[in-house]
Design a protein around this ligand. Structure first.
Ligand code: BGC
Length: 744
């Protein structure tokens, strides 16, 4: 970073003071108005140095360490000199207030404070992949809303969420942070989360900027290895990767984040095709693009830039606006302009976007609006938020097997219950990695949740059975077996620990660790009624468990109310309705795997197959059982000969034929039977979450628009091609009833 001189930004300061005094005088209150004119006025008074400062994002640390150097920065001076426009990870409110005060006194341009608020701020919710399994968009939106309320009460104005990366590869631990494998479901969830964070009015004190990340194809890193290269075609990109990003953009998402990986040979931070052509061009995105952590500088590692200066040049040319922790803009943009290598118009465009965000947040009206003392105490863990955490956690749980109808459990039958397995040993496991201000003390473990539910009716005891998820311990195993023997019900909790999914948690083998398989085998041998509860941030391969254990429930990493939510499901106070948002492979060798596979040649038994295993996943996309049964019948379509531009009405009868009230996610897929490019077997196009009382029957309606039939054709145009289609409606991607129609 070059040496600094104190240059006060008087012009903007005067404007700010004018706004404040008008408000104070009781004249018509100056409402936040993110007009271009105001932005232009401020921009016109900035020096080049000050403009570049707006594009610099720092964190609150004296020593900024990144891959290539350690830079000693005096953060106070950086703020005073206008060398920083936004911050990440300034944790304490007093520090944020301090920096904001300095910024306003010396530059007149407020700062934005960002934080990764991903699956909870103080009240922790299920990890995003878990929430996706609820298919309940209003609930998912509510989680984001609560995160915004709690997060803003601590002075955060920008979250780096939602992550909307589609992935078919559970080796990639960040699958945990997304909406799963499907672009349609992922798009719905992306829009819900954006709306939850940003609300209807960004200038309100309890809404925050959302950030769609990681743009793009981060979920396609080769071999599931985080930060790796990708070999994605433009067609794959447009068909599978981009839809959730586009949905986020259409939902008004104000910021996007670059991905660490490359796309088509160009690191995403310098990828003009992605940012300028698609995001800012085709989609007309008006917000700002932030790098991922030091990803500008990493273009040097990618051998895409010869040095940091060239990295700065490539990033700004590509349309990346804000440099998170790379300092390459700060160090080089000014020189690049002065040397005539970068047109200042590029910098102006980026700064405009940043200033506009500040206006939209209402920071020019009141830079301290997010720093209200006492709000945290009021907002954190409001009882309604905790109740929501319980609700979405139980709706996220997916019943994978209930062969002997052991579930739901009687609340009076079992007097001695053993909770066994490494998962429940540590409360923090249930919180997952991005748990922000959520302390482990808030977490209701499974054991506690069951105790809360049953009170004195049963003795509930815990034993880990292993040293941890990956390490056997004979003594612990023996204790667990002794406990199980003396109990009349076992809840066996298996899966992966808190830090085994999330960023940089790739695995070469996603099998359940052997010590846990051994534990399960010993428990099985006791012949006690046993419920396996899986807890994880990704699909885990567990062929022995699937084959031998009749009762399996997927709980994900369920957040602070994990135990209460689990008890609701186990004891029938909630009938599970979750459906898998991602295919569960039978073994690691099958990944990447998705129901979105192409209709290949040689589809038969002797064709596209493995010699040593079946092609079949353990559980398909959209799968999930209920305590009741749902019968699908009477699928009708309004015509079997549709004209372009017309809509197709679809209806199906759904009947609850079992013994319990319940909810079912009715899924509608379209299969395009031939096209100008090879077609997937089916694509999810709509779904509805339907509640039915025991014995009740409803007709469920869908409308298929031309948009639902579109594909990226041979010329890479998004069109509906005349031809034959099949409507498929059912309980998961594998079990459907069908009707065909012709589009002409
Ligand atoms: C992650 C981002 C995150 C950022 C800031 C990066 O390493 O990839 O998702 O928002 O750090 O914490």
């Amino acid at each position: 970073m070059r040496s600094t001189t104190t240059t006060s930004f008087f012009g903007a300061y005067i404007i700010f003071m004018l706004l404040v005094s008008m408000t104070a005088c009781g004249e018509s209150k100056v409402k936040t108005d993110p007009t271009d004119a105001k932005v232009e006025e401020i921009l016109s008074q900035m020096t080049l140095r000050q403009k570049v400062g707006q594009l610099n994002q720092l964190k609150h640390a004296k020593l900024i360490a990144n891959n290539h150097k350690e830079t000693d920065i005096n953060i106070d001076s950086a703020v005073i000199n206008g060398d920083v426009g936004t911050f990440l990870n300034v944790w304490w409110m007093k520090d944020k207030r301090h920096y904001q005060k300095l910024a306003m006194e010396h530059t007149g341009v407020p700062l934005i404070f960002a934080l990764d608020i991903i699956h909870g701020f103080r009240t922790t919710f299920p990890v995003p992949l878990g929430e996706a399994a609820s298919w309940n968009l209003p609930l998912i939106e509510r989680s984001a809303r609560i995160m915004a309320i709690e997060g803003t009460s601590s002075g955060n104005m920008w979250t780096f969420a939602p992550m909307v990366d589609i992935s078919f590869d559970a080796r990639w631990g960040r699958m945990m942070e997304g909406g799963g494998e499907d672009p349609y479901l992922g798009s719905q969830i992306a829009a819900a989360r954006v709306h939850g964070f940003q609300g209807d009015d960004l200038s309100a004190n309890n809404t925050m900027l959302a950030c769609a990340k990681h743009f793009a194809a981060y979920g396609q890193v080769e071999a599931g290895r985080d930060y790796n290269q990708t070999t994605v075609s433009e067609r794959f990109l447009r068909e599978y990767v981009l839809p959730p990003f586009h949905a986020a953009e259409k939902a008004g998402c104000r910021t996007f984040m670059n991905a660490f990986n490359d796309y088509d040979g160009v690191p995403c931070s310098g990828n003009k095709f992605l940012i300028r052509d698609i995001l800012k061009g085709e989609w007309g995105f008006k917000g700002a693009v932030v790098s991922d952590y030091n990803s500008f500088e990493e273009m040097v590692d990618w051998r895409y830039a010869k040095d940091r200066k060239q990295a700065a040049l490539k990033a700004i040319e590509a349309g990346s606006d804000i440099d998170m922790m790379g300092l390459v803009y700060m160090d080089h943009l000014q020189d690049l302009v002065e040397e005539g290598k970068v047109d200042v118009a590029l910098i102006d465009d980026a700064v405009r976007r940043v200033l506009k965000l500040k206006f939209e947040l209402g920071l020019f009206d009141d830079p301290f609006k997010y720093f209200t003392d006492g709000l945290q105490e009021k907002e954190w863990r409001h009882p309604e938020y905790v109740e929501h955490a319980r609700k979405i956690a139980r709706e996220s749980m997916v019943l994978l097997k209930n062969d002997k109808q052991l579930l739901p459990l009687s609340k009076t039958k079992y007097k001695k219950i053993a909770v066994i397995g490494p998962i429940d040993a540590k409360p923090e496991t249930h919180m997952g990695t991005w748990s922000a201000a959520g302390p482990k003390e808030d977490v209701v473990r499974f054991t506690e949740g069951i105790r809360n539910k049953l009170g004195k009716a049963a003795k509930v005891t815990f034993e880990a059975g292993c040293a941890d998820e990956h390490t056997a311990d004979t003594k612990a195993l023996n204790r667990a077996i002794r406990l199980a023997k003396s109990s009349d019900l076992v809840i066996l909790t298996l899966g992966e620990g808190q830090w085994f999914s999330g960023e940089n948690t790739s695995l070469v083998d996603i099998s359940l660790p052997e010590p846990q398989v051994q534990l399960a085998k010993k428990i099985k041998a006791l012949n006690k009624p046993t419920v396996v509860v899986m807890a994880d941030g990704r699909p885990i391969c567990m062929p022995w468990i699937k084959e031998n254990m009749p009762t399996i429930l997927e709980s994900w990493l369920a957040g602070c109310e994990a135990g209460n939510a689990l008890a609701d499901v186990l004891f029938g106070d909630y009938n599970p309705s979750g459906k898998l948002p991602v295919t569960f492979p039978a073994n690691t060798g099958q990944v990447p795997i998705s129901y979105l596979r192409k209709a290949t040649g040689r589809p038969t038994e002797n064709g596209t197959r493995y010699l040593d295993a079946s092609n079949e996943p353990a559980f398909p996309f959209g799968y999930g059982l209920s305590y009741t049964n749902f019968k699908y019948s009477n699928l009708k379509i309004s015509t079997d000969s549709l004209k372009l531009g017309q809509q197709l009405e679809v209806s199906v009868d759904l009947e609850n034929t079992g013994q319990y009230d319940g909810k079912e996610v009715v899924q509608l897929y379209i299969s395009d039977l031939y096209g100008s490019t090879s077609r997937p077997l089916k694509e999810l196009k709509h779904f509805k979450l339907i509640a039915l009382k025991k014995g009740e029957r409803k007709t469920v309606h869908f409308t298929i628009a031309e948009e639902d039939l579109k594909m990226w054709n041979e010329q890479m145009k998004f069109v509906a091609e005349p031809g034959e289609f099949q409507v498929q409606v059912g309980t998961n991607s594998d079990v459907v009833i069908t009707k065909n129609f012709i589009l002409s």
